[in-house]
Design a binder for this molecule. Structure first.
Ligand code: HEM
Length: 490
């Protein structure tokens, strides 16, 4: 009897396994994305995709698939990557019917901000409160603050140069960008350029990309990280919790300033948000203010840092580009401002070409195909599936940007329509980067100040620094592998 019972149980187990396998196979073969070009395994499993995300190689991997399979390629059982100008214009159009996907909720769990929300009305409301201060005219009030931080960064570089024989432009760019966004958003910053300390805050800023990669790849494990001990996975949530602490401290500093200075307190990038939290008519929960503060700290520091670092490094490696840039900068009046810099065509080309070749947010920006589906680049993708385009691939379409791996600022002298449309370092449509004017202001000012002060700057070989340190690691954001960039700036 017992033997029979055992036989029954093992048969039941066999049948259950068979049914599960059949169910899985059915799901695979009924998946409408099976007709989309792509490697077979991307129809069956997320494993390779996840591996590429957590090892910081997603953009390069997706790009290699585009090179093999063409402009439309399946990258997971649920997601298609697109490398086509017309499709991208549609996916990221202003009247965005392609909403941000669940990826953003995994990246920033449990709460929402202007960056992460998938709710159209919520986004519109937040963006309305933030947009005017971030516009070119709104930022004009903050130019002096940016200028002061840039000058301090350059002074610190010069000092380090004297003492050490080289300066780490990655370090000073990070301190500069984080002090700029801190001061503009909260009225005061963590004063990294003054303390010059590699503290926990800086360490966390450097880890933001990796931590985000973990959270978006293992959302379930992130939810249970408090109950199980998996140190690597916990990193993603611990950094997020510490970032929350930094934002809380920053808001605390802001409220103290307002208390001390009353109506004389300088307006900040978040002024309207602060008012909305206090105003009865337009109530904004404090948590939302905090989340937007965190979004500004995270989105406003790493991105600008890495772009500036790659810009200086690349120009230093290209004497022809440097000579042209330095010659143009030499025409500037003493005490130049960003108004003067906006008139310099070659400086603008250098910034554009850096944003193209070293896009600081190189990964796919996932969007959900609206109900009814959409035909993109000749392929029908049903509603509910995810599509994404990545700056890394858009910026390397050979028919749009000939010799795409070549750093060639002069390609921007007379850009074609296609070059402008394929250029998406700041994303697109209603979700385009709100900080793009600020980022470009910082990049212009820092580049001009750096190369007028150090016209003979070259890359350094001090402390074993090589081009390998500058190999990009690409999570959602990109940074140099060695997290340093040594320049001989005598
Ligand atoms: C070179 C520097 C920068 C680059 C390359 C960059 C890139 C991007 C990209 C690609 C997006 C779109 C993300 C998506 O659709 O998923 C974005 C959004 C955003 N960025 Fe930036 N960014 C930069 C600087 C900044 C700065 C300085 C701030 C300052 C606050 C900022 C704040 C934001 C915010 C809040 C969003 C979300 C906007 C929305 O969804 O409405 N970024 N950025």
């Amino acid at each position: 009897m017992e033997a029979l019972g055992n036989l029954g149980r093992s048969q039941l187990l066999l049948i259950a396994t068979g049914v599960a396998i059949l169910g899985y196979v059915y799901t695979i073969f009924s998946n409408p994305l099976r007709r989309i070009p792509g490697p077979w395994y991307t129809l069956w499993t997320y494993t390779i995709f996840k591996y590429k995300v957590v090892t910081g190689q997603r953009p390069q991997w997706v790009h290699s698939l585009h090179e093999k399979y063409g402009p439309v390629v399946r990258i997971t059982p649920n997601e298609v990557s697109i490398q086509d100008v017309n499709a991208v214009l549609r996916m990221y159009q202003i009247k965005g019917e392609f909403l941000k996907s669940h990826f953003y909720k995994d990246l920033i769990p449990d709460v929402q901000s202007v960056f992460s929300t998938t709710d159209v009305n919520y986004h519109r409301h937040q963006r309305r409160l933030l947009a005017s201060e971030m516009s070119e005219s709104g930022l004009a009030h903050h130019m002096d603050t940016v200028e002061t931080k840039v000058r301090m960064a350059i002074e610190n570089m010069a000092e380090e140069m004297e003492q050490r024989g080289a300066t780490d432009v990655y370090r000073w760019s990070l301190y500069m960008a984080t002090d700029v966004i801190g001061e503009l958003s909260f009225g005061s910053s963590f004063r990294m350029l003054e303390t010059k300390e590699e503290n926990q805050y800086v360490k966390d800023l450097k880890m933001i990309g990796f931590a985000g990669g973990l959270r978006s790849t293992f959302p379930f494990l992130m939810k249970v990280h408090r109950y199980i001990t998996l140190p690597v996975l916990s990193t993603g949530m611990l950094i997020r919790e510490r970032m929350r602490g930094y934002a809380t401290q920053s808001l605390g500093r802001h409220y103290k300033l307002v208390e001390e200075q009353g109506r004389n307190a300088k307006p900040t990038l978040l002024s309207k948000l602060y008012r909305a939290t206090e105003d009865d008519h337009d109530t904004l929960p404090f948590e939302d203010l905090l989340q937007n503060a965190m979004a500004y700290i995270a989105a406003g520091s790493d991105t600008t840092t890495n772009t500036l670092t790659y810009l200086i490094w690349t120009v230093c490696k290209r004497p022809d580009v440097k000579a042209k840039l330095v010659a143009e900068l030499s025409t500037l009046p003493d005490g130049f401002t960003d108004h003067d810099l906006k008139k310099l065509p070659y400086l603008e080309m250098v910034v554009q070409e850096t944003l193209r070749l070293y896009a600081a947010a190189p990964s796919g920006l996932p969007r959900v195909v609206p109900q009814g589906g959409a035909t993109l680049t000749g392929h029908f993708i049903p509603g509910g599936y995810t599509v994404s385009a990545q700056a890394y691939s858009m910026h390397r379409i050979p028919s749009v940007y000939p010799e795409p791996e070549k750093y060639d600022p002069s390609r921007w002298a007379n850009p074609t329509r296609a070059m402008k449309d394929a250029f998406v370092p700041f994303g697109g449509g209603s979700r385009i980067c709100i900080g793009l004017h600020l980022a470009k202001m910082e990049l212009r000012l820092a580049t001009a100040r750096f190369f007028t002060r150090f016209p003979n700057a070259t890359t350094s070989y001090l402390d074993g620094f090589t081009d390998k340190d500058m190999e990009p690691v690409m999570f959602f954001l990109m940074s140099p592998k060695g997290q340093r960039c040594l320049i001989n700036a005598r």
